[in-house]
Write a protein that binds this ligand. Structure first.
Ligand SMILES: C[S@@+](CC[C@H](N)C(=O)[O-])C[C@H]1O[C@@H](n2cnc3c(N)ncnc32)[C@H](O)[C@@H]1O
Length: 401
């Protein structure tokens, strides 16, 4: 099949239609219209050429028929091309409108998203500030907690210390209570023995307190029983005076001179002596406190002239002057009366557990080496010393009273 003129025209028309359709689809309307205009111009030129040919041709009718047929086909083709172009234009317009709507919707979405993002960013900033504030507050709390923790630690240590001290206190208190109980029992036993030993004719003045305690009086009575003293001298009169008077009475020998610096207490003792019928054995003297006449000793002591006549003292009981009169108040006793003590005399010092009296005993031992301390039960207030005859001194060795 050769390329006839009709086929070439039809092919050109098809190409033109395709070009127009593509241009219309792409929205290139000016291209489409231009191509269409060219196509129409080409068609018109072709028709004129055909007419001219038909006029010249012998088969004008055939050419005319062909021309009409071509013209109809061209009309038909043009109509279809226009319809296709219109359809494409409408579709493109719809697409464009849809794209425009999509763009609008996207803009709205974008605006909303941007607003949301800004809102979220503002909230994040707000939250960040809050978190920073919380962090600062948390730091303050943590610091406070550290302080409290260290305080609790300190408190725990202090509680431990307090508990340890309380435990020590309790142990010491237990010991003190045990000692007090033991002391109470010892004093009770001594008291029972005293009343077994001596049968007073009337009520005895109280022991303890300002007076010697029962163990002290019992020790004195035991010394009296064993030593059988001819002369007992007592410094500081009171209840002990009456017990010693009864002991001498029971012994059947010896006498007691008791000295008091205070007239009122001396009189009180005299009354007890009379009440108990011991005037024959007991003499109460008053010796006011005067300068002790001892180098380096300031506290006043009994007026020695009141007792100057007392020699060969076998038992010297020192329970005065009271501590309230001054420091080392009883120190002068053994020193001032040393030469009036008989051989083997016993010196009994009350309240010997007090620091002042411990110092007195220490000084006596240094200054009067022949005075030897005898063993007494620990805690006993009455300290007993014995004057050893010269040449018969076991220095530093304690002996039983
Ligand atoms: C320790 S007291 C003598 C107690 C005496 N040896 C006795 O066992 O009963 C020493 C001096 O204190 C004085 N005295 C006695 N009882 C007293 C009292 N209740 N208050 C104040 N002084 C007192 C007296 O002058 C006494 O000579």
């Amino acid at each position: 099949m050769g390329l006839t003129r009709e086929r070439a025209i039809a092919g050109a028309a098809c190409v033109t239609a395709v070009v127009v359709a593509v241009a219309a689809f792409l929205g290139w309307w000016h291209v489409a219209l231009t191509v269409m205009a060219f196509a129409q111009a080409a068609v018109i030129v072709a028709l004129l050429d055909v007419r001219r040919r038909m006029a010249r041709s012998h088969d004008v009718r055939k050419i005319a028929g062909s021309f009409k047929s071509v013209e109809r086909r061209l009309d038909n083709l043009g109509a279809r091309m226009l319809a296709a172009a219109e359809t494409s234009r409408v579709e493109v317009a719809d697409k464009l409108a849809e794209i425009a709507r999509t763009v609008e919707e996207r803009k709205v979405v974008e605006t909303t998203l941007r607003a949301n993002l800004e809102n979220v960013a503002a909230k994040a900033e707000d939250n960040r500030a809050k978190v920073e504030a919380w962090a600062a507050e948390l730091e303050v709390w943590r610091h406070g907690l550290d302080v409290v923790r260290s305080g609790v630690g300190d408190l725990g240590k202090r509680v431990d210390v307090a508990l340890t001290e309380a435990e020590k206190d309790r142990e010491q208190q237990d010991k003190r209570q045990d000692l007090a109980a033991a002391r109470y029992i010892r004093q009770s036993e001594a008291l029972i023995q005293l009343y077994e030993w001596v049968r007073p004719r009337c009520a005895m003045p109280s022991l303890g307190g300002w007076a010697l305690d029962p163990t002290g009086v019992l020790t004195l009575l035991e010394i009296v029983r064993r030593r059988q003293p001819g002369l007992v001298v007592e410094l500081g009169s009171g209840t002990s005076t009456i017990w010693l008077g009864y002991a001498l009475e029971q012994l059947g020998s010896g006498r007691l001179v008791t000295i008091d610096h205070d007239e009122r207490f001396a009189e009180q003792t005299r009354t007890h002596v009379r009440t108990h019928g011991l005037e024959e054995l007991v003499e109460v003297r008053v010796a006011p406190l005067v300068d002790a006449d001892l180098p380096g000793h300031a506290t006043r002591w009994y007026d020695h002239t009141v007792m100057a006549d007392l020699t060969d003292i076998d038992l010297l009981v020192i329970d005065g002057p009271p501590r309230s009169t001054g420091s080392m108040a009883r120190y002068p006793a053994a020193v001032r009366l040393r030469d009036q003590l008989g051989d083997g005399a016993v010196v009994a010092l009350d309240d010997a557990t007090r620091p002042d009296e411990r110092e007195v005993v220490q000084r006596w031992r240094e200054e009067i080496p022949e005075l030897v301390v005898s063993a007494v039960p620990p805690g006993d207030a009455l300290k007993v010393l014995t004057l050893q005859p010269s040449g018969d001194r076991p220095s530093g060795v304690e002996q039983s009273p």
